[in-house]
Design a binder for this molecule. Structure first.
Ligand code: GLN
Length: 254
């Protein structure tokens, strides 16, 4: 069995080493004796979303978002259909924002988004920067050996404030940091198998349980969920727990 991942605009959307997330998904798939293939797709290149198991969209600056939005618009109907069909999508920061209705820059220019999700983003006067700890609200966690891990940890750096329309749920609640907008404690988004988040870092090396949720959903969609065998995550767990503890200990001192 092979997991096929599409990486959209790797040359334009790769802030803060977001590509590291793909390396984690690949390693965790191969450690389970399965195959993994990455298809990189940039401006004007062909991709069949229906043939993918996972789609990855990293973060990018306003400038890069502006460059690629027309190209992405040309793919919207096919992507929408694949999402409704359960395609697993991990989108980070700028990539997350692009799935929504629009991104309004600090100068007031509205860059239209794909409009696949009812969310919108407005750039603020200052950037929201720092470590983030989120309480994850995912029922799948119980199925991926995450007994002690129910948090997500990462680093955010964005000026956009994202607001979710009625009917959309955040990925989790912020315990430390800003998250979607610094106002409502929501961080990220989950819709079907689509996940949006502001967490860079990269995210998955410090959050192996979340990586496995993505892989589990991708395998389930193929009727192969039994292939998600347990891995020895002692080091990854230690990394996660140490970072969370340190961030929260600092918070107490403030
Ligand atoms: N341009 C966006 C913002 O600053 C996205 C930045 C990012 O992907 N880190 O809000």
């Amino acid at each position: 069995m092979k997991i096929k991942l599409g990486h959209l605009y790797p040359d334009l959307l790769d802030l803060y080493g977001d590509r590291g997330n793909i390396l984690v998904l690949e390693a965790r798939t191969r450690w389970r004796g399965l195959d993994f293939e990455v298809q990189n797709v940039s401006l004007g290149e062909q991709i069949d979303f229906h043939a993918l198991d996972i789609l990855f969209l990293g973060g990018g600056s306003d400038r890069e978002q502006n460059i690629l939005v027309a190209d992405l618009m040309g793919r919207v109907e096919e992507l929408k259909a694949a999402i409704e069909d359960g395609l697993v999508v991990l989108s980070i920061c700028g990539g997350y924002q692009l799935l929504g209705q629009y991104y309004q820059t600090a100068e007031g220019q509205r860059i239209p988004g794909l409009g696949i999700l009812d969310l919108w983003t407005v750039a603020g006067a200052n950037r929201l920067i720092g470590n983030v700890v989120v309480n994850l609200e995912l029922e799948e966690l119980a199925e991926v050996n995450s007994d002690s891990l129910s948090t997500l940890v990462g680093f955010e750096n964005h000026s956009g404030r994202t607001y979710l329309g009625p009917g959309l749920e955040p990925l989790g609640k912020v315990i430390h940091g800003h998250g979607n907008n610094g106002e409502d404690q929501g961080e990220g988004l989950r819709y079907k198998n689509v996940f949006g988040t502001y967490l860079h870092g990269p995210l998955l090396p410090k959050n192996p349980h979340f990586a496995d949720v993505l892989l589990k959903l991708a395998m389930e969609r193929r009727g192969e969920a039994g292939n998600l065998t347990l891995l020895d995550d002692q080091l990854e767990r230690l990394a996660h727990e140490t970072v969370v503890e340190r961030i929260l200990a600092k918070q107490k001192k403030i």
